[in-house]
Write a protein that binds this ligand. Sequence first.
Ligand SMILES: [Zn+2]
Length: 169
Amino acid sequence: MNRDKDRYYSELALKEAEQALKENTYPIGAIIVDENYNLIAKGRNRVHPNQDATAHAEIDAIRNAGHIILDAKVKREKFTIYTSLEPCPMCTGGILFANIKRVVWLLNDDLGFGGYRKIKATNAFERRFNEVELVEEPYEDLKKKQMELMGKWAMNPNNVVNLRKAVNK
Ligand SMILES: [Zn+2]
C-alpha cells in the first residue's frame, strides 16, 4: 500500500466525478491501476450523456481497460479500482468479474444504491469477496468533496427525483 499514490488516484477519481457532473450525470468517477500503480483506465458515469442506464463509472473504467483487465486475470495481477462512491450491485458484480483485487472508495453509499457491503454481508460469493481488499472512506476531505458533489447532483434537472417532479409522477 502506497498512501501517496492512493491519494493521487483517489483525487483523479474525484476529478472524473466532477467532469461527470459537468456533463449533467451522476457525479461518480473511477480509476483502475495495476499492481505497480500504473494508470490503466479512467471512467466516469455516462448514464445521461449516453442514455445508458448501465453506463456507471466503474463499468466505464473496466470497459476502457479492455484486454488489459483480462490479461491481468490470466497473470493473476492485482489491480486496484478507485471510485468516488461505494459501488452499486451491478458494479460490485463487474468488479468481481474483472478480477479486481482491491477497491478503494471515497464515500459510503447508504442513501442510494450502494451495494458492495450489503452483498458482501450476505456471504454470497464469499470466496470471491474475501480475495478483494476493501478500503472505505480513507480521506475525510475527499469524502466531503464527494458529498458536496452528491448534493449538487440532487439539484440537477437530470436527477430522477427532479425529472419526476417535472412530469408530476
Ligand atoms: Zn454502479
